[in-house]
Write a protein that binds this ligand. Sequence first.
Ligand SMILES: O=C(O)CCC(=O)C(=O)O
Length: 251
Amino acid sequence: MTDQELKATYVRDGFVIVRQPLKAADFAELTSNLDRYIRDIVPGLPPSDAFYHVDRSKPESLKQMQRMEQDAFFDKYRFNPVWKKLAETILGEEAHVSGVEWFNKPPETDHITPAHQDNYYFCLNPPQVLTIWMALDRVDEANGCLRYVKGSHLRGIRPHGRTQTLGFSQGIVDYGTDEDLANEVTTSLQPGDITIHHGNTIHRADANQTANRQRRSFAMVFQGVSCVRDEVAFARYKASSKAHEERLVKT
Ligand SMILES: O=C(O)CCC(=O)C(=O)O
């Protein structure tokens, strides 16, 4: 895909898939550092930085990590030229990383990702913000792939309300209109493929229905230098998200 096609697809649909942007050795370096982080760093993290479906006594139930830039490798990874170029090509301006994250849906866990728009959480204007989400496993409908509502980034931010899902405190309250369902598309990725979505694009995922397949991903959020945060709205969101975590976090 040329840079022009990449950007045109993103502008039209609100997301774009890129197959295998990294060299094999670079993907292997990333995954081995993720393994190291989970093995050596996660046991010492506060509950707010590593969420479990069950709790810490069941490390296999780890389902989400945030603020991974606290580790030297991931701090440096924010400047990875392949990721940065993809983000800046699409955004058309200099961009920096505002979030380094990991998501899983361990097998047979009743853990959906509620329909949401990331920029409801980020409160950035103009919405020059995107997420690059890299599959670490084969990801398809059976293990809870991302589903996007094509073109929804062009229709503004929908009303969100509290959810019961740790890690996704807010979901779209009226999700599931005819227009939503008619435009919802699934994604099918191989390990190392990425999907890039606009901060206003509605997305969600079902639970992992398989008995033995992980659905791991590594993601970085890039925001363009032109973004300005609505600090009042963001403070409101942070307070609500903190209360949500305190209620639901399992240690
Ligand atoms: O991995 C998931 O299920 C959700 C990821 C997500 O919502 C995001 O990266 O914006």
